[in-house]
Design a protein around this ligand. Structure first.
Ligand code: URA
Length: 183
């Protein structure tokens, strides 16, 4: 399957009830050839309205951390576990994640990134391990065949708890260093 077909399939997806309440399917943004991919949780209100991931307050903070390590959205690819917004931004249900993961898997296959960074606990639990503990395990590398994975605090969590911003910056610097070391 090619990129445009995948995007079209996603836009017309009705595999879970969230399709009924979406304004837009939020497929992803950035460079589909990127070596570095970020995966968040699910679209919020602004993302649902615009069809672009991480454009609300949390997204603006993510942009600042990318800028801090000399990266922009054009250098990376950003997607979410869920492509449609859960009502009132509640956590994704396991059945919604199951219905949606195929799109993310196909995105990963087509992009073929070398590094995948989970933004927050929900993505880390789904993609790295079900018992992932963000406070203890953020910034740790998990080697997975063709790529390395790590997880960082979700930018929305940093808005609630700014004391974790130093740890986030350190993790982002380590991610940048690993990106620079790729052959
Ligand atoms: N939070 C996420 O996890 N993803 C978005 O796209 C926006 C906010």
């Amino acid at each position: 399957m090619d990129w445009n077909t995948l995007k079209q399939n996603c836009a017309s997806c009705a595999a879970c009830p969230l399709h009924a309440t979406r304004t837009n399917c939020v497929f992803g943004v950035g460079n589909p050839q990127a070596k570095l991919m970020f995966v968040g949780e699910a679209p919020g209100e602004q993302e649902d309205l615009t069809g672009v991931p991480f454009v609300g307050r949390a997204g603006q903070l993510l942009d600042k951390f990318l800028f801090a390590v000399d990266l922009s959205r054009e250098d990376v690819y950003i997607a979410n576990i869920l492509k449609c917004r859960p009502p009132n931004n509640r956590d994704p249900l396991p059945a919604e994640e199951d219905a949606c993961m195929g799109y993310l898997r196909d995105q990963v296959r087509l992009i073929s990134p070398r590094i995948i960074v989970c933004l927050g606990r929900i993505a880390a639990m789904r993609m790295i391990k079900p018992d992932f503990k963000m406070t203890k395990e953020h910034g740790i590398w998990f080697e997975r065949g063709n790529f390395a994975m790590t997880a960082v605090f979700h930018p929305a969590a940093l808005l609630r708890n700014p004391s974790q911003k130093d740890a986030m910056l350190a993790d982002m610097k380590a991610i940048r260093a690993r990106l620079d070391s790729l052959t």
